[in-house]
Ligand binder design. Structure first.
Ligand code: ZN
Length: 331
């Protein structure tokens, strides 16, 4: 048995094989349809239609909830799925020079929302050596930040042939919905090259997938990407990572779809703050100075502790009412 694997946390770009059976033509076609459907612009934003799942980014109707795939990524995923093996290399997805180039689509966000986006960028720059700059006329590859009304989602990593890289945040009052600061940073972490924590190759040491509770048709959102050549950047599996699904993601009945196997502090799949290890993974992925030093790690831990309360969404009575803008999805 062979199954496709994606380099998950280090994301330096290799795909490898782990066991999985050969697939029938019908299964392959079904898989391709599933992947293509995750890219369509008119997905239902499931939050409004589901009282069961409280998540935002998980429910945006894309691959694994909030990942936008390119044509070549779909082709590669389907080829590997069909063959039960991996024949190609997922490219290095780090942004050149550690600089993310972006533009904010005109007219999609109000000033309070733009300020929140800028705060997310400030936090990423504060906690890592990655930098952001606005697109200029010569930039062919950049992130276009849009505010369509269909969820929070992004493309994964930098790809030199992609041109416009996607990131969408449905407008909301700052600290609500896609405008929760840890969710904005979650989407930036996709842009910076990260996949979801629970799809890593060694997840079964840490979680059980309760398939009986997974919505029919959502099973592929629980793919596991393994490898025996990737590094998890020397860091442990983390239930509370801002990149982890919450316990009832894609549940059909409100019961957990992901069951932790080990005791842990904090809430699995919390969407309130970015953890020390989230930042350390980012630092290591981009080879930031001191990213592998124990001393620096201690300093980082203390700094993260200071910031966690600042990232927590404000209470309802602290939020100044603001009418979210709604931009029709024109994709
Ligand atoms: Zn995500």
């Amino acid at each position: 048995m062979y199954r496709l694997c994606i380099l998950l946390l280090a994301l330096v770009g290799a795909i490898w094989c782990v066991p999985s059976p050969l697939k029938s033509p019908e299964q392959v076609e079904e898989y391709r349809k599933f992947l293509q459907q995750t890219r369509q612009g008119n997905n239902t934003f499931l939050v409004s239609s589901s009282a069961i799942a409280p998540g935002y980014w998980e429910n945006s109707g894309k691959f694994e909830g909030d990942i936008i795939l390119d044509d070549w990524q779909i082709d590669a995923l389907v080829t590997d799925y069909a063959a039960g093996r991996s024949a190609y290399i997922w490219p290095n997805t780090r942004w050149p020079g550690n600089v993310v180039v972006y533009e904010i689509a005109a007219g999609h966000f109000n000033q309070a929302q733009i300020n929140h986006i800028m705060w997310s960028i400030h936090l990423i720059e504060h906690f890592s050596c990655t930098r952001f700059r606005r697109r200029n006329a010569n930039d062919r590859n950049y992130v276009r930040l849009t505010g369509y009304n269909n969820g929070c989602y992004a493309s994964v990593g930098f790809w030199h042939d992609r041109g416009i890289h996607t990131m969408n945040l449905t407008p909301n009052v700052p600290d609500r919905g896609c405008f929760t600061i840890s969710i904005i940073i979650h989407e930036w972490l996709h842009v910076l090259g990260f996949f979801h924590m629970q799809s890593t190759y060694n997840r079964y040491d840490y979680v059980r997938i309760a398939w009986e509770n997974v919505q029919r048709g959502s099973e592929h959102n629980f793919e596991r990407y393994g490898t025996n050549i990737v590094s998890n950047l020397g860091l442990p599996y983390e239930y509370t990572s801002c990149m982890h699904y919450f316990a009832t993601a894609f549940s059909t009945n409100g019961r957990p779809t992901i069951v932790p196997l080990r005791p842990h502090n904090g809430v699995m799949g919390q969407q309130v703050y970015v953890t020390y290890y989230d930042w350390l993974r980012l630092r290591r992925h981009y080879n930031c100075p001191g990213a592998w030093s124990a001393e620096e790690a201690k300093l980082l831990e203390a700094e993260v502790e200071k910031y966690i309360p600042l990232m927590a969404p404000k209470a309802d009575d602290e939020i100044i009412a603001d009418t979210p803008e709604v931009v029709e999805n024109q994709e």
